[in-house]
Design a protein around this ligand. Structure first.
Ligand SMILES: *Cc1c(COP(=O)(O)O)cnc(C)c1O
Length: 800
């Protein structure tokens, strides 16, 4: 679409006047933002309509991506960029003395997710549209997104995220597409006059599910897909049906909050109800659509693919069975054949506490018919395989075991494809975590390494880098990230290094400004910006990073002339509100920061900054300013990681364990352009098998480690006696679950080597350039293409 500046300005002024009856000069940022949003929407609304019609007219196979979390962040600039209007609008606003950035700040982050899982879903939404693939999102419209984090006295405090207080300008409420979702009551089967068994429902409640659709614009290709988020509403007439007030309240509030925890199953009826709610609503609406095509039910898999992002939407399997068997009268075997062909599943973690299980009693209470269907799936699974494989293996792989429903088992048995999210992770699924299933279904397992929305993490977050790249390699990389490789033609060009360094410095200044404004801390853009931003979790080992900082501090105190490049350590991380250990780590980082930042004797060689409320928008500010990307999880624990990819694209050098996608980053950039340290996954597993890890031995025998660990309990870090003791105990008394002491010296050596590399401008320039040049490998456009070919069998849209 080509819109001229003149057309835009006229439309904008007219909208502003129609809506607020004011002129540009009198309008507030909020009014200007809302007007701009409306204008943008008016530019893509006809493409949105046409995209939907094209899919319908061509009976295109579509994928529906079910995810309990989406984390899109802000949409104003990405929509402008995708519509090819970003620069024009920037200029037009400047002519009115308006800075686009001021309007951007008016948009609340859409934070309907915790971290990597939800962010991946949003990156996929962006890429699906941008490569013109028919793909839809299906999730929950939480009224409160992930909590807002504040620090009080160094402690994390959680505040509600009232993002809907300002109207969400992007969504469209579609009352006419509402469906009812049924909960609770009793169900029994009764023979119908035709001899079929039909479920009879007694009692229970229905809840109205209202879809809110958001257009997902593709990059300069006139495609606009849909992300559909469901909201629960209880109508006045429904209200009388509730037997008690608590049940009513619970269901009324079903879509009010996002669980602020991305790893533990929140063992609550509420969460299970949320899962069934968005699954059932989504599946019903897909079936409505499919029926409108008038095609045979048995061929649904030729037109519909459904993707289960982690286990939370695994009830898609029994829900489709329910719709096909109960509602459409299909025979079980036929329905099962269609269902497994339609469904596919991504596993996101090997952390056992995150493998979702639900008590049978709870599931019976929340969705009794679904439980019956799962029981039947389980029965047939055992019947089919127990003569083929060791009965014990089949017992271990059943869906229903020990009075619990195992959601991962359901997701594997009920789908035709199971993928991990990085090579190592997918291998571990086959060899360890899901080994029994791999024995039964070897063909179902595959790998799809995660990717990132390359445009958001370069063009939107780093315009300076983008224009520098244009200068040397042209603009094709903006559409096709693989073309970043053209930068390798300049791999030895010192002029390019200098230009890239200049960009980095500007981005560091921008971040330093933000740090000054929000934290009152002065940091020098000449220091190394060493960054770790991600959820706070023991396995991600923010604690090891902190220990390295403490070591440097003690070293400088002892030897004030120590020759190290000044460093600014930057953290961003939310801890789950109930995660005690993680909150103690936050407190300790904050107290260490206070100590170090206020110690004049170290001459500003170290600074520590913990930025509050890490989210997508903050990531867009931080990542372009990073020199060092901390990706230091214990090998085998981080399924993939995606911030590692964002940093790489922005020219940071990765400090990495051989974990998740770090391994693949190393493979593409080469050992010279990444800092690898620590145990390998095989070594970690050897410790597990031999059960011979002993952290106290390391502590007792290594004076460096002894000294750093003691800092937690000897008063070195002020105001944190309890937290310090707790961390000390986790390392020494409870044997250091994530092998921090084992990896610590290796980590420090890698950091020293990095310091030396940084001092050598040419060396660093080449490392940074090489990382950027290879980042296209991790574009989600590529990842999604592989899903489309191997798993979903969908193709780009035919237009017209
Ligand atoms: C990319 C991203 C993540 C994922 O970070 P990892 O380091 O891969 O865990 C989490 N939160 C936000 C806001 C992100 O943008």
């Amino acid at each position: 679409m080509k819109v001229t500046k003149k057309e835009f300005k006229e439309k904008f002024e007219k909208r502003l006047q129609d809506r607020f009856a004011i002129s540009i000069e009198d309008a507030s940022s909020t009014e200007l933002y809302e007007t701009l949003g409306k204008v943008i929407k008016s530019y893509y609304s006809s493409d949105w309509k046409h995209t939907r019609q094209d899919y319908l007219n061509h009976e295109q196979k579509q994928v529906y991506y079910f995810s309990i979390e989406f984390l899109p962040g802000r949409m104003l600039k990405s929509n402008l960029l995708n519509l090819g209007m970003l620069e024009m609008v920037q200029e037009a606003l400047v002519e009115w003395n308006i800075d686009l950035e001021d309007l951007v700040q008016e948009e609340p982050d859409m934070a309907l997710g915790n971290g990597g899982l939800g962010r991946l879903a949003s990156c996929f939404m962006d890429s699906l549209a941008s490569i013109g693939m028919p793909g839809n999102g299906n999730g929950i419209r939480y009224e409160y997104g992930l909590f807002k984090q504040k620090f009080v006295d160094g402690y994390q405090v959680e505040l509600p995220d009232e993002w809907l207080n300002q109207r969400n300008i992007w969504e469209v409420r579609r009352e006419s597409k509402a469906v009812d979702v049924h909960f609770g009551g009793n169900v029994y089967l009764k023979e119908s006059p035709t001899g079929q068994l039909k479920p009879v429902y007694e009692g229970g409640y229905s809840i109205k599910a209202i879809p809110y659709d958001t257009g997902m614009t593709g990059y300069e290709n006139d495609t606009v897909n849909t992300m559909r988020l469901w909201s629960a509403e209880v109508t006045e007439e429904d209200k009388i049906n509730f037997q008690n007030f608590e049940d009513r309240k619970e269901l009324e509030n079903l879509t009010s909050v996002l669980y602020p925890d991305d790893s533990n199953e929140a063992g609550l009826r509420f969460r299970l109800s949320q899962e069934y709610f968005f699954v059932s609503a989504g599946m019903q609406s897909i079936l409505h659509y499919y029926k409108s095509l008038g095609l045979p039910m048995t061929e649904m898999n030729k037109f519909i693919a459904i993707h289960i992002n982690d286990t939370h939407p695994a009830m898609c399997v029994p829900e489709l069975m329910r719709l096909l068997v109960d509602e459409e009268g299909m025979a079980w075997e036929k329905a099962w054949d269609v269902t497994t062909k339609v469904m596919s599943y991504t596993n996101h973690t090997i952390m056992s506490e995150a493998l979702e299980k639900w008590k049978i009693s709870l599931m019976k209470e929340v969705c009794p018919r679904i439980y019956q269907i799962i029981k039947e799936i389980d029965r047939r699974f055992v019947e089919e395989w127990s003569h083929v494989f060791d009965p014990e293996l089949i017992e271990r792989t059943r869906i229903i075991r020990n009075k619990q429903v195992h959601m991962a088992h359901l997701a594997i048995i009920g789908t035709h494809s199971i993928n991990g999210v990085a090579k190592l992770h997918s291998d571990l699924l086959k060899s360890v975590v899901l080994k029994d299933f791999y024995t039964i279904y070897p063909d179902r397992f595959n790998n799809k390494t995660n990717g990132i929305a390359q445009r958001r993490w370069s063009q939107i977050s780093n315009p300076l880098l983008s224009s520098t790249l244009d200068k040397y390699i042209g603009k094709s990389w903006r559409k096709n990230a693989d073309d970043l490789k053209l930068l390798l033609n300049h791999a030895d060009d010192k002029k390019v290094y200098a230009d890239l360094a200049k960009v980095k410095k500007e981005n560091k200044k921008r971040l330093a400004q933000y740090i000054k404004e929000t934290k009152g801390i002065e940091v020098s853009p000449d220091a190394i910006f060493d960054v770790q931003v991600k959820r706070l979790h023991a396995y991600k080992r923010q604690l090891m990073n902190l220990m390295h900082i403490i070591k440097l501090y003690l070293d400088i105190k002892e030897n004030p002339d120590l020759d190290i490049t000044p460093r600014v350590f930057i953290f961003g991380a939310k801890a789950a509100p109930s995660y005690h250990f993680a909150k103690s780590v936050i407190k300790l980082i904050n107290e260490t920061a206070n100590l170090i930042n206020n110690d004049a004797s170290i001459n500003g060689k170290l600074k520590v900054v913990f930025l509050e409320n890490y989210n997508v928008s903050l990531a867009e500010l931080i990542i372009p300013a990073a020199d060092v990307s901390e990706q230091i999880s214990l090998a085998s624990k981080e399924a993939s990681g995606t911030s590692n990819m964002k940093f790489m694209l922005n020219g940071a050098v990765t400090m990495a364990t051989l974990d998740g996608a770090n391994i693949e980053i190393r493979d593409v950039v080469g050992d010279d352009n990444i800092k690898i340290f620590g145990l390998t996954e095989a070594e970690v597993y050897r410790y597990y098998n031999e059960q011979n890890y002993n952290s106290a031995d390391i502590y007792n025998n290594n004076p460096v480690i002894h000294r750093v660990v003691n800092a937690f309990i000897d008063g070195t870090i002020p105001n944190s006696r309890m937290e310090g003791q707790e961390i000390y105990d986790s390392l020494i008394k409870y044997n250091d679950e994530f092998f921090i002491l084992r990896d610590f010296m290796s980590y420090c050596e890698a950091q020293e080597s990095l310091d030396a590399d940084y001092k050598d401008k040419a060396r660093w320039g080449k490392m940074s350039l090489t990382n950027i040049a290879h980042a296209g490998h991790f574009s989600a456009d590529n990842t999604v293409r592989k899903y489309a070919e191997d798993i979903w069998q969908i193709e780009p849209v035919r237009k017209g």
